[in-house]
Design a protein around this ligand. Structure first.
Ligand SMILES: Cc1cc2nc3c(=O)[nH]c(=O)nc-3n(C[C@H](O)[C@H](O)[C@H](O)COP(=O)(O)O)c2cc1C
Ligand code: SF4
Length: 413
């Protein structure tokens, strides 16, 4: 029977999130003090060796991203840090708990990240509906300025850093890093074509580090306790802990922080109180709408970035939506397809037209089209084509839930 390993959520529910004194009494801002006594490259090395990977979905190495950003465009007068607090992936609600319960933790991580890449300005792009997250983060920013953890000559050093909040306006696509930069520049939320990556040419054309809230919340912990301490958790290639947001047919839905490498069965049975009312597990959608369905055969697989990828599944943002026998995979899949149609920005044809066609064919599937298997194959082919030809990752996403639903539940569909 496993239990939670609270590294990121250690203060959640224990301290008053609006009190910087509480945070400092628990050792808060000591990591920043330590970081400022180390050269910026030393911070990046520590994160590289700790093996921290981005918690926003892609699992990219945080140290490598900092390295690229610190080396990008040496002549540029400015570098930025952008905190991705948009949390738009359906079924994901873990950044919210960090922002509401321990806002100083990720703020401290943001300041350390800025120091590592020598950025002097940061923006925190928070999902507009998260009013409490916005309020508590703003309070944390105000108090950090007062204590000298933000602004000029932070803690008596030569490092200056300012940060402000920008609330999002409800577009899923604006959670994608390059689209977020467009939005921050005051433009419509249309994606940019990669390359160039934000590390080279990001906000206002300057090198920019974009990181998720949970990723940044890991940084003070790694700096204060060290890479070896951190690596005792998780696996060799996916070290540390991860907050999973579990919803659906379980007795105790919620956020659970566990070591990377636990199994889906442990998450459901040991932490989420088991299947609701003793029902039988049927499926889980891992990683949200841009994620993958798995069936009971995956219950004992290790939840790490690499293991799930090898099994054609995703860990993504850590969303786990649980379905029981009797629930309709078709309904959830159709919800995902409708979601993509709604959120498509319409800039490129394959996604603008493709997302509509997928929804329409999905409806025909239910309405008793005689060639159902043919229809499914057609939908898969179309989603593959979208993945190859769409401009940005949104158009490349419908294939993930669709293909995995067909793989495990073709008969039902
Ligand atoms: C359509 C779309 C929406 C996304 N939404 C979010 C989001 O809400 N929050 C987030 O952290 N990352 C989101 N991402 C991933 C970001 O583009 C990016 O990978 C992430 O902010 C990088 O931070 P990390 O390295 O700390 O994970 C989204 C990506 C796509 C394609
Ligand atoms: S793939 Fe979709 S969301 Fe992305 S640019 Fe094209 S239309 Fe817009």
């Amino acid at each position: 029977m496993i239990q939670e390993t609270r590294v990121i959520l250690k203060n959640a529910g224990q301290n008053n999130p609006e009190s910087i004194e509480d945070y400092m009494a628990a050792g808060g801002y000591e990591a920043l003090r330590k970081a400022l006594s180390i050269k910026p490259a030393g911070i990046i090395d520590e994160l590289l060796e700790a093996g921290l990977r981005g918690r926003g979905g892609a699992g990219f190495s945080t140290g490598m991203k900092q390295q690229f950003t610190s080396k990008g465009c040496q002549d540029c007068p400015q570098r930025y840090v952008v905190v991705n607090a948009d949390e738009g992936e359906p079924g994901t609600f873990k950044d919210r708990v960090i922002m509401e319960e321990d806002p100083h933790l990720y703020l401290e991580g943001t300041i350390i990240a800025a120091y590592a890449i020598q950025a002097t300005k940061g923006y925190i792009y928070i999902r507009g509906e998260y009013t409490d997250s916005i309020y508590k983060t703003q309070k944390a920013i105000n108090d950090a300025y007062e204590k000298g953890f933000l602004g000029e000559s932070i803690m008596g050093s030569e490092f200056d850093f300012d940060v402000e909040i920008k609330p999002g306006a409800g577009s899923y696509l604006c959670g994608e890093e390059l689209t977020m930069l467009e939005s921050l520049e005051g433009k419509r939320g249309n994606p940019r074509i990669k390359p160039p990556f934000p590390a080279e040419k990001g906000l206002f054309g300057m090198p920019t580090l974009v990181n998720n809230v949970e990723t940044l919340a890991n940084i003070p912990v790694i700096i204060s306790r060290g890479k070896d301490w951190y690596r005792q958790y998780g696996t060799e290639r996916s070290p540390g802990t991860k907050i999973f947001s579990i919803s659906g047919q379980v007795n105790k839905p919620g956020n659970y922080e566990v070591e990377l490498g636990v199994t889906l069965r442990q998450l459901i049975d040991d932490l989420a109180g088991g299947m609701k009312d003793g029902k039988t597990f049927k499926a889980a959608l891992l990683g949200g709408a841009a994620g993958t369905f798995v069936d009971a055969g995956m219950l004992d697989e290790k939840m790490t970035y690499d293991n799930l990828r090898e099994k054609d599944a995703t860990l993504g943002s850590g969303a786990v939506i649980v379905l029981a026998e009797g629930d309709s995979v078709y309904d959830i899949l159709q919800n995902c397809l409708r979601f993509f149609r709604h959120e498509s920005c319409g800039k490129c044809v394959p996604c603008r037209v493709g997302t509509s066609l997928l929804v329409r064919k999905g409806v025909e599937l239910r309405n008793g089209n005689p060639g159902k298997m043919l229809m499914l194959q057609e939908m898969e082919k179309e989603a593959e084509l979208m993945a190859q030809t769409s401009l940005c990752p949104l158009g490349q996403s419908p294939i993930l839930p669709l293909k995995s639903a067909i793989r495990y539940f073709a008969k039902e569909l």
